[in-house]
Design a protein around this ligand. Sequence first.
Ligand SMILES: [Zn+2]
Length: 590
Amino acid sequence: MTYTQSPWSLSDLFPAQDSPEMKAVFDELDNKVVEFEAVRLSLSPEMPVAAFLKAIDLLEAISRLASRIADFAYLSFSADTQDQVIQAFQSDVESRMAVIANRTLFFSLWWKGLEEEAAERLMAASGDYRYWLEEMRHFKPHTLTEPEEKIINIKDTTGSMAVVNLYNTLTNRFLFHLEVDGEIKELTRGELMVFVRSYDPALRAAAYQELYRVYSQDGAILGQMYQTLVRDWHNENLDMRHFANPLAVRNLANDIPDDVVNTLLGVCQDNLSVFQRFFQLKAHWLGMERLRRYDIYAPVVKTEKKYEFGQATDMVFDAFQLFEPRIANLARRVLDQNHLDSEVRRGKISGAFCAAVAPDVTPWVLVNYQGKPDDVATLAHELGHAVHSQLAAEHSLFTFHSSLPLAETASTFGEMMLVDRLLATESDASVRQTLLFRQVDDAYATVMRQAQFALFERQAHDMVQQGATVDELSGAYLDNLRHQFGDAVEVGDEFRWEWVSIPHIYHTPFYVYAYTFGQLLVLSLYQQFKAEGEAFKPRYLSLLSAGGSKSPEKILSDAGVNMHNASFWQGGFDVIRGLIEQLETIPVVK
Ligand SMILES: [Zn+2]
């Protein structure tokens, strides 16, 4: 069958936001929440296992209904962001969901406070819920008394959360001016960043210079906001909650041991030369003596190649089929059930995502397909996500979503299957080159760039604690960049302000290393697949099928991966080096 582009159908969730079905689910949700509130009285360390499991089942059922409604609202909004009725519906859903979260909060507080022996008795009988229950309790040693927790919650809304909101408000207002084809354009950051991928070297430089000109104007205040957030992080998490260091807070949330993260970041430091070599190659392709920081994402090959949508789906399914027919079938199901929105339309959200609403519903996938080789890769990526959650469908709503460090496994792996297939079958050299460069560009942006942000964050948290000024932080950031790029890339002085333009380090400290973790993991797994062939596949499929039902460490060790081992992470860099070596053998196209 040949697939064609169409909007998706959300009818497997609801016919419409004002349908009787929607009202019925809201009513059912409310009844179940009332029923759950009554559970509060029966919670005790001695409670019978059956009653405990019944309570969790009820909470899970509540979460399923809530997900259906919230995801329907978000998916409707994504399909048409300009529809005011949907906008109003979405805000209404958000506030009703916050109320439900508060009404059911008592359970997790009780659970975390429970004595070890009682918790162990209940967990032992909880089957698939076990890891979800266990994970909540990891925070027990760092949890304060109920009145203290309440004070922190309340003060955070006007404290650290308010600082993050101010940061967002201030920076989202920024406008940038760039001369394009003799005309001065007023642009948002998103619009400006398109030009760092321009074919014109002067335009790439001008775009970055304008970006940091604007950020530097408010650099002192943005830096002060960062210092405030870092002090708050230290006061709360180290002084009051007794975490050993600033990074350990995030590691516990990810359930990744501290030594693993240190090993991972150390291996990145040992492999700076891998990307330096790539940037030297890129300079060569661009006809430059030495690459400038402005040229990191410069396109090197002009390709006009376009793929019809039906061709693209065939290529993705062929690539998946070749690896494992089951994977191709699960990907096809998304299209067969009309859960893919691939069109480009006015008002539709940009970019791409996959929404896994619940284990018993086929996920929805959104892309903006325009026929470029990149678009085919994105399709493979998002369908890979959809395959991952369907493989984990036997788990509960609480345990089928994979944890953050493992979330990009099937998607990136799917993309690599497609690229391999295209490299083997595509006769157009410009397409093959575009895909290879894209792979290494992405690997840089996801692996090394994010690792360096995490290393800078670690340094910055120390420096702020010792009273460093904003200028000293900027100096440390510039030193980090110059060390990272070595002689391979010339870094302009304005890049000292880059750190104040990275929202992640403000709103979710140390989040970024999960990207490094995920991408290197997949590269390394891919290398194992290349080495072992068929023998690798069952291990890989069971890794995906585990979803989020076990700790990342357990899931990976079951798949034969020791994440404490530096050589495992080095395997990921070896794949990147292999890609670069492949590129080095190709004659430069002018
Ligand atoms: Zn993804």
